[in-house]
Design a binder for this molecule. Structure first.
Ligand SMILES: NC(=O)c1ccc[n+]([C@@H]2O[C@H](COP(=O)([O-])OP(=O)(O)OC[C@H]3O[C@@H](n4cnc5c(N)ncnc54)[C@H](O)[C@@H]3O)[C@@H](O)[C@H]2O)c1
Length: 279
């Protein structure tokens, strides 16, 4: 067991599930004290209980400024400071809706959690860190910030906002010794990235997953399913002193999706070219 984060205090928003949960578990293993912030009380309390004295749960809606301020206060009061803020909580929007059918309420909901939530977490943690020698802020965006494309318009826009916001405040906060970096997860198997209908059986969810896996992987150079732990490892690097000279970066954890055209696309072009040349 390493101790990359020994003596550090971290907050992980959306820490009760998926990527957040994997990060909480890794940060605790690496010696940090961690406040788990989430709206899912049952999952958050259960996770905190399983981790003992190094973790505590605080119900927090990241889109509500007062709750985010209380979250920062709880970390400082309970664990004596705040060194790492992982603004990870995020939600998706109606996946298959066309833009002209988008509901205004859906747009506000997605922007509220994904962009306002990141802004509030960065500002409230940043105010504390600026007075106490600095820290590391990590904001979870998505490859959807990099790749414009069909569907998920509000989600894509919110995540693009997170990237630009993070780079801008990285410059603004550098004089306080606060580093700000962004993660771009690709396809990571979690609740958020699932095609299962709400309330569907585990069997149906598994069948959908099996059928859709090859489709997901078709635009990904590394033919391996992304796991929450993959993103947690990148968050650990940005949280630890190993990245002391790193601020304002955008780090994809995506199996190469944002690198460019995948080989199967190029193969199709080459096969088509050969067909035409052969007459
Ligand atoms: N899973 C992926 O493929 C993927 C890809 C790119 C980016 N991401 C991003 O990674 C982050 C985590 O996603 P995940 O896949 O682990 O999702 P998830 O749904 O498994 O977990 C998200 C957690 O956030 C919590 N949450 C939701 N709204 C909240 C709020 N208002 N305040 C506090 N907590 C809230 C949920 O209760 C849940 O525990 C998100 O920002 C997401 O956009 C995920």
């Amino acid at each position: 067991m390493g101790q990359e984060l020994a003596g550090k205090v971290a907050i992980v928003t959306g820490g009760a599930g998926g990527i957040g949960r994997a990060t909480v578990e890794l940060f605790v293993r690496e010696g940090a004290k961690v406040v788990i912030a989430d709206v899912d009380v049952a999952a958050g309390e259960q996770l905190a209980a399983s981790l003992g004295a190094q973790a505590l749960f605080r119900r927090t809606d990241v889109a509500i400024a007062d709750e985010v301020q209380e979250l920062v206060d709880v970390a400082v009061e309970s664990f004596g400071g705040l060194d790492i803020m992982f603004n990870n909580a995020g939600i998706s929007c109606a996946m298959f809706d066309r833009f002209l059918d988008d509901e205004l309420a859906d747009f506000h909901r997605v922007m509220g959690v994904n962009l306002l939530g990141v802004m509030l977490g960065s500002q409230r943690a940043g105010r504390y860190m600026a007075r106490h020698g600095g820290g590391s802020i990590i904001n979870n965006a998505s490859i959807a910030a990099h790749n414009a494309g069909f569907a998920l318009m509000s989600y894509r826009a919110s995540k693009a906002g997170v990237v630009h916001f993070s780079k801008s405040i990285a410059i603004d906060l550098a004089e306080y010794g606060i580093r700000v970096n962004c993660l771009l997860p690709g396809h990571i198997v979690t609740e958020l990235n699932s095609f299962a209908e709400p309330g569907s059986s585990p069997e149906l969810a598994q069948r959908l997953q099996q059928a859709l896996d090859p489709v997901w992987l078709s635009n990904q150079p590394l033919k391996r399913r992304g796991r929450p732990q993959d993103v947690a490892e990148a968050a650990l690097y940005l949280a630890s002193d190993r990245s002391a000279q790193v601020t304002g970066i955008v780090l994809p954890v995506d199996g190469g999706i944002t690198a460019g055209d995948p080989v199967n696309h190029l193969n199709e072009i080459m096969k088509t070219r050969a067909r035409v040349l052969e007459g």
